[in-house]
Design a protein around this ligand. Structure first.
Ligand code: AMP
Ligand code: ZN
Length: 115
C-alpha cells in the first residue's frame, strides 16, 4: 500500500467505490467518469506503478486480469456483444492514476483507432 495512492485507498476501503468483483488479487469497480455504458476498472491489489514495472512475477496476475474481464463482462451481459480491455501506460498512453489498472469498456460500438 502506497500512502498517497488513490487506488491503494480504494483497495483498502478508505475511499468508496462501486465494486463489482473482489478476490485476493484484484478488485473491479465502476469508473467515476464513464466513457461507455459499461466502464469498469480492473485494479490489482498490489501497488504497481505502471505496465512498465510489471515483472515475470506478475505473469499470473496479468492472465488473471483477462479472465476476470471476461467473467465480469459475461456476468453484466455485454461479453457477447463485445468489449475492450485497455491499459493506458505512462504519459503518451494517457495514464493519470499511477497504480496500474485496466479499463473494461462495453455497451456500445467502440471506435478504432483510439484518439
Ligand atoms: P487512466 O487515464 O488510465 O490513468 O485512468 C484513470 C481512470 O480513473 C479515469 O478513467 C478516471 O475517471 C478514473 N478515476 C479517477 N478517480 C476515480 C475514483 N475515485 N473512482 C473511480 N474511478 C476513478
Ligand atoms: Zn497504489
Amino acid at each position: 500500500m502506497e500512502s498517497d495512492c488513490l487506488f491503494c485507498k480504494i483497495v483498502a476501503g478508505e475511499i468508496p467505490a462501486t465494486i463489482h468483483y473482489d478476490d485476493e488479487k484484484l478488485i473491479v469497480f465502476e469508473d467515476i467518469d464513464p466513457k461507455a455504458p459499461h466502464h469498469l476498472l480492473i485494479v490489482p491489489k498490489k501497488h504497481i506503478r505502471s505496465a512498465v514495472e510489471l515483472t515475470e512475477q506478475d505473469n499470473e496476475l496479468v492472465g488473471h486480469i483477462y479472465q476476470v474481464a471476461a467473467k465480469v463482462a459475461t456476468d453484466m451481459g455485454f461479453a457477447d456483444a463485445g468489449f475492450r480491455v485497455v491499459n493506458n501506460c505512462n504519459e503518451d498512453g494517457g495514464q493519470v492514476v499511477w497504480h496500474i489498472h485496466f479499463h473494461l469498456l462495453g455497451g456500445r460500438k467502440l471506435t478504432w483507432p483510439p484518439g
